[in-house]
Design a binder for this molecule. Structure first.
Ligand code: PEP
Ligand code: MN
Length: 338
C-alpha cells in the first residue's frame, strides 16, 4: 500500500503521516517521486486505520498497490514531454522524429554513407549499435569504442544526433560521452540496475519495450529512470513475441494511443524489429504515424543482404528515401511536420 501526499506538502506534514503510521504500528519508507512525497507502507500493524490515514491533511490518495505512473503519468491538459535529440532536434513536439541507421556499426565509410543518406532524407538522428546484444554468442558483438568513435565522426559530418545502446551499468560511462541518447534495449527493459544507472546521468534515454513486457511493466521501467533523476525517457514500441511466424515480432500499435492517454512521455515505433521484414516496414511506419507516434526508429543499410545483423528487416537507402517522401503528406494530415 502507498500513501501519495499532495504536491505541496511540507516535510512536517510528511512526518505527521509517518508518525501516525508509527502510532498504528505500521512501518514505512518515504520516496520522492515527481516532486511529491510517496510513503510506502512496509509492515502494516494491527492498529492500522485507513480512514484515519485518508483524513490526515495533505494526504492525497491511499492506494492498495503502487500506481504505475506517478512520475511518468499524464495529468489532464498536460502536453507530451519534449526530449532533446542532440542540440538541434526534439521528440515529443509537433515534428515527427525519425531515427535511422544500421543495426550494427560495421565500418567508417559505410556508416558515413548511411548517415549522409538518412540526413538528406530528413532523419534527425543516427542509430547504430557499438555494443550489440545478440541472441547467439557466435555472432558479431559490436566494435565497442571503435564503433562509438565512428558515430561521433558521423555526427560531426552530418549534425545528426547519435542514438546507441548501453547493455549494462558499466557501459554507461563509456558510451555516454559519445552518445546524445542512450538506448536501453528490449532485453534490458527489466534490468533495474541499468535503468537506475542511465537515470543518474543527464542524457536522454530511449527505452525499448521488453518483448514480453506489459504496458504497466514498460511504464514502471521508465519510472525507475525518472526516480533516479533523469526526466528524459523516450519510449519505443518494438513488437512483442507472439505465436505468429510470418513476422519476427508482433507490432502492438494500440500501445501508442494508450501510452498517450496514460503518460506524458513521448513514444516512437520501431517497425524494423517490430516486424523483422523489410517489406512490412513502410506500411507499419504509416500506421504508426496515423495512430499518433512521436517518431520512428528504422534500420537502414546500403546493402541489407550484406548487413552484419538484421538484414531481412533493413531498408536500403533508396527505399528509405522513398518512405520518407511518402510519409511527408501523411504526417501533415496527422498534424505533424516531417
Ligand atoms: C536494436 O535496436 O538494435 C535492438 C537490438 O533492438 P531490440 O532491443 O528492440 O531488440
Ligand atoms: Mn537490429
Amino acid at each position: 500500500m502507498i500513501v501519495v501526499m499532495s504536491p505541496n506538502s511540507s516535510s512536517a506534514q510528511v512526518e505527521q503521516v509517518v508518525q501516525a503510521l508509527r502510532d498504528m504500528r505500521t512501518s514505512s519508507r518515504v520516496i520522492q517521486a515527481a516532486g511529491r512525497s510517496v510513503i510506502e507502507l512496509l509492515e502494516v500493524g494491527p492498529g492500522f486505520d485507513r480512514a484515519r490515514l485518508t483524513a490526515l491533511p495533505m494526504v492525497d490518495q491511499v492506494l492498495e498497490r503502487p500506481a504505475p505512473v506517478l512520475s511518468v503519468g499524464r495529468q489532464p491538459d498536460q502536453e507530451t514531454h519534449e526530449i532533446p535529440l542532440g542540440p538541434r532536434a526534439v521528440v515529443g513536439g509537433k515534428g515527427l522524429a525519425v531515427i535511422a541507421g544500421p543495426c550494427s556499426i560495421e565500418c567508417e565509410s559505410r556508416l558515413l554513407e548511411i548517415a549522409a543518406a538518412v540526413a538528406e532524407a530528413g532523419a534527425v538522428a543516427l542509430r547504430g549499435g557499438a555494443f550489440k546484444p545478440r541472441s547467439s554468442p557466435y555472432t558479431f558483438q559490436g566494435h565497442e569504442e571503435r564503433g562509438l568513435e565512428m558515430l561521433a565522426q558521423a555526427r560531426e559530418k552530418t549534425g545528426l544526433a547519435i542514438v546507441t545502446e548501453v547493455m549494462c551499468p558499466e557501459h554507461v560511462s563509456r558510451v555516454q560521452p559519445y552518445a546524445d541518447v542512450l538506448q536501453v534495449g528490449s532485453r534490458n527493459m527489466h534490468n533495474t540496475p541499468l535503468l537506475t544507472a542511465v537515470g543518474r546521468q543527464p542524457k536522454p534515454v530511449l527505452l525499448k519495450r521488453g518483448w514480453s513486457a506489459t504496458l504497466e511493466e514498460f511504464l514502471l521501467a521508465a519510472e525507475y529512470v525518472l526516480l533516479a533523476g533523469n526526466p528524459h525517457v523516450l519510449l519505443c514500441e518494438r513488437g512483442i513475441r507472439a505465436h505468429e511466424e510470418y513476422v519476427r515480432n508482433t507490432l502492438a500499435l494500440a500501445i501508442v494511443p494508450e501510452i498517450k492517454r496514460l503518460s506524458r512521455l513521448p513514444i516512437i515505433v520501431d517497425p524494423s524489429h517490430g516486424t523483422g521484414r523489410a517489406h512490412l516496414v513502410p506500411p507499419m511506419c504509416r500506421a504508426a504515424v496515423a495512430c499518433g507516434a512521436d517518431g520512428l526508429l528504422i534500420e537502414v543499410h546500403p546493402e541489407p543482404d550484406q548487413a552484419w545483423s538484421d538484414g531481412p528487416q533493413t531498408l536500403d537507402l533508396e527505399q528509405f528515401r522513398r518512405l520518407m517522401a511518402d510519409l511527408k503528406p501523411l504526417a501533415q494530415v496527422c498534424g505533424r511536420a516531417l
